[in-house]
Write a protein that binds this ligand. Structure first.
Ligand code: SF4
Length: 695
C-alpha cells in the first residue's frame, strides 16, 4: 500500500486548522498539525484526530432509509428521490408552499457544495418556513451588521495578532479557537498579546479556560453584558476619550448614542453586573487609552435575551474609541471568495426585519425565522402551518431551546425527511433519512469562515476518500432532489467548477482552485487591512452608530428585572468543551472516553448551602423540564450561576454514547419563550433554574 500526504484545513469547526494527513487507499495513517499553515501555525485540537472516527463510525447511516411500519428499511436512491419529491409536493398541494419547513444545521456552513446548491433547493420548494442553527448562535452579529453597516456578512473581526488590549465577553476562544473570529491556536495568540505588553481581559459568569489564562477576569451576572458595555461607552464619552480616528466623517449618530447611554451610570452598571463601579471605570479608561483595543462579545453575549443590544454595544465601543477598521481593532477581511461582494445589497432598498413569524411575530432576518418558533409553527393550525419538514445536517431536538417540544411536534408531521449521518434524537422521527458525508469525504474551501478569519488565507482541498458505497456527495444529493422537484433532467456543474468561476470576483483574483491545489498548504494573503468605507452598504453610505431598532430596545434593558424567582433562583449558562462540537461528535469514543464531562458546575458556596458534594446527582429543573446530572463543585462559577455543557443527550437508539448514560441535553431545560426580540436569537444563557440533591 502506498502512503500519500494530503494537506487541507479541518472542516468541522470555524478555526480552519491546517492539517497534514497521511493515508493509504482505505485508511488514515496519521493526522498531524501543519506548522506551515499561515493561519493555524501548527495548532490542532483533539477533534482533528477524530476526523477518521466520523468516517468509520459504526452507527453511520450509509444507505437511504425509509420508515416502513416504524422500522427503517433500505431503499434505492431512485426510490428515495421519487418518494421525497412526491411526498413534499403532495403536502404543498394540500396545504400551500409554506407547509414544508426546512432546518439547516451548522455543518452546512462548512460544506461549500451545500452552500452553493441549497439556494436552488430553497427556490424549488418556495417555502418561507426556513430555519437554521444561526438563530441559536450568531444572528445578533448579523443584525448589528445589517443595521450599522448595511450587510449581514460585513462582520468586524478582532485583529488579534496586532491588538494591545482584547476585551472578551461571553466567549471562550481558548476552547473554541474563535467563533465569528477564526483564530486557531488562540492560546498562543493570547501569549503573543501579553508578550508585546498587551492585555486580555475576560468578562464571564464562569472563569473559563480563556479567563484562567487572561490578564484579568471579572465575574458578571448572566445577561448583564449590554449594561456593562453601555456604561463603558458612557464613561468613554464622559472622560472625553471618544475618537473616531480614520472613520471621522463616515459615522452618523454619535450624539444620539451619547444621549442614549446616559441612564447607564457606573453605579447602575455595578448593581446590575456585579462588577465594582471603579473596575468598570478603569476598564473603560484602559480600553480607550490603549494604543489599540478590541471588544469581542461572543456566545454568551449573543445567545441571551439582549443579544442584539450586546453586539450593537460591542461594535459601538470599538467605533467610538477609534478601534474600528484600524490595526489592532475590529477589522474586515478581504477574502479570495468575497461573500459580501457576491451578495451585495447596494442600491436595493430593504426593510428590516424582513418579516414576522406567523404565530408569535418574531423577526425574520437573512430569510430565516428564529428556530425558537419552529415548534409553535408546527403545532399551530392555519395557513402556513408546517406539515412536512426537511432537515439537513441538523439536530434541533438537541440544539434548539426546549428541544423536547420540537421532538413532540415532529411526530405530528405528515412527512419528514432528513439528510444526516446518524439516526439521532431528531432524525429518528423522520420518515426518510438520506445518508450524508463526513469531513474527509468532502472537498473543502471555507466560503464562510475565510470571511471571519483574523488573517486572510485561502485553502482548497479535494476529498481524502470517496464516500462509502451507497453514499453520494451531499451537494449532489441536494442537486438531485432539487432536479426531482423541478422536473429537470440533469444537475448543474460541480461545486469546484462553480467556486473556480466565482473566485476571480474576489479580492485575490490570482487565487484559483488549481493554484490552491498546487500550493498544497494555505495561501497567505496577508494581515487584515482597512477597507470598510468603500464597502458600506447602508442607505447613505455612512456607519450608523445609533440605529433606531437598538435605541427602541433600551427601555427593555433598563427595566429588565432578573427573571429568576423563588422557584428558580439560579441562572443556567452553557459551556463549550474542547472534545465536543455541537451535537454530533460525541459518537467518537476517542472524544468521549475518560471522566464524564456532562456535569453541572456549581459554585462551592452554593453547593455548601444546599448540601451538595462533588459527584452527587443533582436535579436541575426549569420552567420547561427536569434533568439529573452529577455535580462538579468549583470556584470557577459565579455564585447563583450553574453551567451545563451543550451537545450531549443522545437518546437515539443506536448511538454509542447513549450506552454511557448520565448525559442529558441542556435543551431539555432551555425555554423557547426566552428569546432576544430584536434579533430572534434563542436566549440559552441566564435560564432560571432550581437545583437540589436528587433523591
Ligand atoms: S480547532 Fe476546529 S478546525 Fe482546528 S482541529 Fe479542532 S475542530 Fe478542527
Amino acid at each position: 500500500m502506498t502512503h500519500q500526504t494530503h494537506f487541507r484545513t479541518c472542516n468541522i469547526c470555524e478555526a480552519m486548522c491546517g492539517l497534514i494527513i497521511t493515508h493509504d487507499e482505505t485508511q488514515v495513517i496519521s493526522i498531524k498539525p501543519n506548522p506551515d499553515d499561515p493561519l493555524s501555525r501548527g495548532h490542532i485540537c483533539p477533534k482533528a484526530v477524530a476526523l477518521q472516527d466520523f468516517r468509520s463510525d459504526p452507527d453511520r447511516v450509509t444507505k437511504p432509509l425509509l420508515k416502513v411500519d416504524g422500522v427503517f428499511t433500505e431503499i434505492s436512491w431512485d426510490e428515495a428521490f421519487d418518494i421525497a419529491a412526491s411526498r413534499l409536493r403532495a403536502v404543498q398541494e394540500a396545504h400551500g408552499r409554506d407547509a414544508v419547513g426546512v432546518y439547516l444545521g451548522n455543518p452546512n456552513a462548512h460544506k461549500f457544495g451545500n452552500l452553493l446548491n441549497l439556494p436552488a433547493l430553497m427556490k424549488a420548494l418556495g417555502s418561507s418556513n426556513r430555519y437554521s442553527s444561526a438563530t441559536a448562535d450568531q444572528i445578533p452579529h448579523h443584525v448589528a451588521s445589517i443595521h450599522m453597516l448595511g450587510h449581514p456578512m460585513l462582520m468586524p473581526i478582532p485583529d488579534v495578532d496586532r491588538t494591545d488590549f482584547m476585551l472578551i465577553l461571553g466567549g471562550n476562544p481558548l476552547v473554541s479557537n474563535g467563533s465569528m473570529m477564526t483564530a486557531p491556536g488562540f492560546g498562543r495568540r493570547m501569549d503573543e498579546i501579553k508578550a508585546r505588553g498587551g492585555k486580555v481581559v475576560v468578562i464571564d459568569p464562569r472563569r473559563t479556560e480563556t479567563a484562567e489564562k487572561a490578564s484579568a477576569h471579572y465575574f458578571i451576572q448572566p445577561e448583564a453584558d449590554a449594561v456593562l458595555l453601555l456604561a463603558m461607552i458612557r464613561e468613554v464619552f464622559a472622560a472625553g476619550l471618544d475618537r473616531l480616528g480614520p472613520l471621522e466623517g463616515h459615522v452618523e449618530g454619535v450624539d444620539t448614542l451619547r444621549d442614549a447611554v446616559q441612564p447607564f451610570t457606573l453605579d447602575m452598571a455595578a448593581a446590575t453586573t456585579g462588577i465594582d463601579a471603579n473596575d468598570i471605570r478603569r476598564l473603560a479608561h484602559d480600553f480607550a487609552s490603549s494604543p489599540s483595543a478590541v471588544c469581542y462579545a461572543r456566545m454568551g453575549a449573543s445567545t441571551q435575551s439582549f443579544g442584539g443590544l450586546c453586539q450593537w454595544a460591542s461594535y459601538a465601543l470599538n467605533l467610538i474609541t477609534g478601534n474600528f477598521d484600524s490595526e489592532g481593532g475590529a477589522m474586515f477581511t478581504t477574502p479570495a471568495f468575497d461573500y459580501v461582494g457576491m451578495t451585495s445589497r447596494k442600491g436595493r432598498a430593504r426593510t428590516y426585519p424582513e418579516r414576522r413569524s406567523r404565530v408569535s411575530g418574531q423577526p425574520l432576518y437573512n430569510g430565516e425565522f428564529p428556530v425558537s418558533v419552529m415548534a409553535e409553527e408546527m403545532e399551530t393550525p392555519g395557513d402556513g402551518q408546517i406539515k412536512a419538514l426537511l432537515t439537513v445536517a441538523g439536530n434541533p431536538v438537541l440544539t434548539a431551546p426546549n428541544g423536547r417540544r420540537i421532538e413532540a411536534a415532529l411526530d405530528d408531521l405528515d412527512f419528514m425527511i432528513s439528510v444526516d449521518i446518524h439516526i439521532n434524537d431528531t432524525t429518528r422521527h423522520a420518515d426518510m433519512i438520506l445518508p450524508g458525508t463526513v469531513a474527509l469525504e468532502e472537498a473543502v474551501y471555507d466560503m464562510v469562515f475565510h470571511s471571519f478569519a483574523v488573517r486572510n488565507t485561502a485553502t482548497y482541498a479535494r476529498p481524502v476518500f470517496d464516500p462509502p458505497e451507497g453514499v453520494m456527495q451531499e451537494w449532489e444529493l441536494i442537486a438531485r432532489l432539487t432536479a426531482r422537484l423541478t422536473g429537470a433532467n440533469q444537475i448543474g456543474p460541480s461545486p469546484e467548477q462553480v467556486l473556480n468561476a466565482m473566485l476571480p470576483a474576489g479580492y485575490h483574483p490570482d487565487v484559483t482552485v488549481e493554484a490552491m491545489l498546487d500550493a498544497g498548504t494555505a495561501f497567505d494573503l496577508g494581515p487584515l487591512v482597512p477597507n470598510l468605507t468603500e464597502r458600506l452598504e447602508t442607505h447613505d453610505g455612512q456607519i450608523q452608530l445609533a440605529p433606531q431598532v437598538f435605541l427602541d430596545d433600551l427601555p427593555r434593558l433598563m427595566t429588565h428585572a432578573d427573571s429568576r424567582d423563588a422557584q428558580y433562583p439560579f441562572a443556567m449558562i452553557g459551556r463549550r468543551q474542547v472534545r465536543s462540537h455541537n451535537s454530533w461528535t460525541q459518537n467518537s469514543q476517542r472524544l468521549v472516553k475518560g471522566r464524564n464531562r456532562c456535569t453541572v458546575e456549581i459554585n462551592f458556596e452554593d453547593a455548601k448551602k444546599l448540601g451538595i458534594s462533588d459527584g452527587d446527582d443533582v436535579q436541575i429543573s426549569s420552567h420547561v423540564g427536569v434533568v439529573t446530572l452529577p455535580a462538579e463543585i468549583t470556584s470557577a462559577m459565579a455564585q447563583g450561576v450553574v453551567s451545563i455543557p451543550q451537545g450531549w443527550g443522545q437518546s437515539g437508539k443506536t448511538m454509542q454514547v447513549a450506552a454511557a448514560g448520565r448525559t442529558v441535553s441542556i435543551n431539555d431545560l432551555t425555554d423557547d419563550k426566552r428569546i432576544d426580540p430584536v434579533s430572534g436569537n434563542a436566549a440559552f444563557n441566564g435560564v432560571p433554574v432550581q437545583i437540589e440533591l436528587a433523591s
